[in-house]
Design a protein around this ligand. Structure first.
Ligand SMILES: Cc1ncc(COP(=O)(O)O)c(C=O)c1O
Length: 349
């Protein structure tokens, strides 16, 4: 993926301008009341020292209340919530606190390209998750709605994961980074809404996608109290807390009007409709997230799309061997860029 970014940058330097549909960063920032909360807080003289290392209790209460309202999950904010500087951090921390060197971590394939880094950091071994009948590992990463496949959780999969983990003693991480971005009338489905989930694992919630706060670095680990405690312990020593105004802005985002969350979701759904209609000649799918995952026609590659058609897409093999022959486009771009990119893809197919 880094290679494609470099090739795209080089290609952008000469010739016809590129359209970049490879990115995965929300194109719109947080609503004004969140930025104002940061400004107000930062203007106070008493916020510039260390914040409480484990995070503000009121921030933990705010995310727990949101979990109750939106996902129907009751959490104890004191024991079942850790505040993290972005959920990516927790992807790494989870592997470090749950898995021994040499043990196996099962990953989705195709899956988010950062998961293998967590495996490597923990000195663990990596295997692709295929089914619970054959799954053999100390930990399992799940991610629904999925980056890159944009699919929502299949019926019963979370319950199967809990049964499997219960039987084998493995730990489960559910990455819920795109949790609120679901289409076609679906309701967001938290792993923690499944009975027994908090006995075997955790869920990660990110402020990056729901609220456009990717650069702010704020997220949560929710669920299993022992894993939450271990992650807090690790964070005490590694990060020594998160800047208080960022946490206070997080409270404003979680407790204020949620209109912007729905606006974002609806915008991506509308763009998804346009993209799937434009890509009707290929197998294109998206039930949520801000991506569309599609099968590349025979002989077509991401490199050819870039060099011959001047449109950057994320090649499927960057997400795992089973992604080969597929590609991902992002809907987190302007409408104009999306339309131009889709026109170029249509011309290529
Ligand atoms: C599947 C997935 N998980 C986690 C993250 C990281 O999110 P955060 O900004 O909370 O670290 C991303 C960001 O692109 C993602 O796509």
């Amino acid at each position: 993926m880094a290679l494609l970014a470099r090739v795209a940058a080089a290609a952008a330097a000469d010739g016809e301008p590129l359209v970049d549909l490879g990115r995965g960063n929300p194109e719109v920032g947080p609503p004004a009341h969140v930025v104002e909360a940061l400004q107000r807080s930062a203007a106070r003289p008493d916020v510039h020292g260390y914040a409480p290392f484990a995070g503000l209790p009121s921030l933990k209460e705010a995310i727990a209340a949101r979990y109750g309202d939106v996902y129907g999950v009751t959490l104890d904010p004191a024991r079942e919530v850790a505040v993290v500087p972005g959920s990516k951090t927790a992807l790494m921390e989870f592997a470090l606190v749950t898995v021994e060197r040499g043990e196996t971590i099962l990953l989705p394939d195709p899956g988010y390209a950062d998961y293998p880094s967590a495996v490597a950091l923990a000195g663990a071994r990596r295997a692709s998750f295929v089914s619970f009948d054959t799954a053999d590992g100390a930990a399992l990463y799940l991610n629904y709605p999925s980056n890159p496949t944009a699919s929502c959780v299949p019926d019963g999969l979370f319950a199967d994961a809990v049964r499997w983990a219960d039987r084998t003693g493995a730990c489960v991480l559910h990455d819920f980074a795109y949790g609120d971005l679901v289409f076609d009338g679906r309701r967001p489905q938290s792993f923690l809404a499944v009975e027994g989930a908090r006995e075997v694992g955790i869920e990660l919630f990110s402020m990056s996608k729901s609220y456009g706060m990717a650069g702010w670095r704020l997220g949560f680990v929710l669920g299993n109290a022992e894993i939450v405690a271990r992650i807090e312990e690790l964070q005490d020593h590694v990060f020594a807390g998160i800047f208080r105004p960022v946490q206070e802005a997080g409270i404003a985002a979680l407790t204020g009007t949620q209109d912007s969350v729905e606006e974002r979701r609806a915008t991506y759904e509308r763009r998804r409709d346009r993209a799937v209609a434009a890509l009707r000649n290929v197998d294109a799918q998206s039930e949520g997230t801000f991506f569309v995952w599609f099968r590349l026609p025979e002989q077509m590659t991401a490199e050819r799309l870039l060099s011959e058609h001047r449109v950057a897409v994320a090649p499927g093999e960057g997400f795992g061997e089973r992604g080969r022959g597929w590609a991902r486009i992002s809907l987190a771009v302007t409408d104009d860029a999306l339309d131009e990119g889709l026109a170029r893809l249509r011309a290529a197919f």
